[in-house]
Design a protein around this ligand. Structure first.
Ligand code: TXA
Ligand code: MG
Length: 329
């Protein structure tokens, strides 16, 4: 299918049929590509976990075609959650709510809550409309690795393990959705993402709690996640060049995510990607940059954190997790 966002109706119909048959469809959203299965089909959802290599206790997000379809998927939806859904859907906001009767425990990793969102991508919305039900979809990557933001990334990650890949071009947001615990009117952000804290607070007219630990288990939030193959080390922006050159001299193949303020500086390293000065452009490109540095053979990536405002908070969160401790090899 064309990468321009044109809808290939025949491909959408084939994809909906694959979902109805219990198969897996990778599809574009505005954030990252998802690996979708019928959210109401426990066996299909189990295949998603197998293909990703993801522990079955890590719950999936249920994607819906519009906010009016929450019935059966979520229960006891608080008024505040409804108003956020109205304001931000379709869009990169995921709401954690009480699990509805249509959601099997496979989808929620055994939890009595369910994460739901309406994605803002024409291909995803066309697929949801053709399918009619909810689509459970984690990011379409192997567990722990970098999320795919193009159909090419999905093929590289999952190959033939997926029944069908819908190509909707590069994702426009580039980092995953913001996850908000909306089970009560005391909201908290479980994962920063495409909808900024500032936007949420403006919509609510009040500040949001910053949970140190939430009462809700947040699987997928363990230290090493969103990680490229190369080890990632975070340093102060002013130290990036010196640290990179030191490591390169000591025999590492160093990749650099060069802060935009240092654009044009000469860096004696294996590979250098200068990050865009625009934070939305940085978010859009982030996972592609990490993949590129992997592909160019880097074994170490030196990076620094952007200011943690707006989408910068999501970028910083993903870089910290990419730099998190790895399980012993
Ligand atoms: O932008 C996105 O959110 C993308 C696209 C495909 O929609 N999806 C995505 O899914 O990032 P995934 O599986 O990679 O991350 C979903 C995260 C889980 O790791 C978990 O932290 C959280 O959502 N989650 C899901 N259900 C939850 C629940 N009931 N309670 C708390 N957290 C939950
Ligand atoms: Mg993921």
């Amino acid at each position: 299918m064309a990468g321009s966002g044109d809808i290939d109706e025949a491909a959408i119909d084939r994809a909906a049929a694959v979902l109805r048959g219990g198969g897996l469809v990778a599809f574009p959203t505005e954030t990252v590509y998802g690996l979708g299965a019928d959210a109401a089909d426990g066996a299909a959802v189990t295949r998603v976990f197998q293909v990703k290599g993801r522990p079955p206790s890590h719950p999936l997000i249920v994607h819906l075609g519009d906010a009016g379809r929450l019935d059966g998927w979520a229960e006891d939806v608080p008024a505040t959650a409804r108003s956020l859904a109205e304001r931000f859907w379709p869009g990169p906001l995921t709401l954690v709510l009480r699990r509805g009767r249509r959601v099997p425990l496979e989808t929620t990793g055994g939890l009595d809550t369910v994460a739901v969102r309406v994605p803002a991508h024409p291909v995803a919305l066309a697929l949801l409309a053709a399918f009619g039900g909810g689509i459970a979809a984690p990011s379409a990557n192997r567990f722990g690795s970098v999320s795919p933001t193009t159909a090419g990334h999905v093929h590289a990650e999952l190959g033939d393990a997926v029944d069908l890949v819908l190509d909707g071009g590069p994702c426009q947001v580039g980092v995953e959705s913001t996850i908000v615990d909306a089970t009560s009117d005391t909201l908290s952000v479980l994962r920063p993402g495409g909808v900024t804290r500032e936007d949420l607070e403006a919509a609510l007219g009040r500040p949001l709690a910053v949970p140190v630990t939430s009462h809700i288990r947040v699987p997928g939030q363990h230290p090493s996640h969103y990680a490229p193959r190369a080890r990632v080390v975070l340093v102060e922006p002013g130290e990036v060049i010196a640290e990179a050159e030191l490591a390169q001299e000591s025999g590492r193949q160093v990749g650099v995510l060069l802060p935009s303020a240092l654009a044009g500086a000469e860096v004696k390293a294996h590979a250098v990607v200068t990050v865009p000065a625009s934070i939305p452009a940085y978010a859009r490109g982030l996972y592609g940059f990490l993949r590129e540095l992997d592909q160019r053979g880097c074994d170490l990536i030196i990076a620094s954190l952007p200011a943690e405002q707006g989408l910068g908070a999501a970028i910083a969160n993903r870089l910290r997790r990419a730099a998190g401790p790895r399980p012993a090899a």
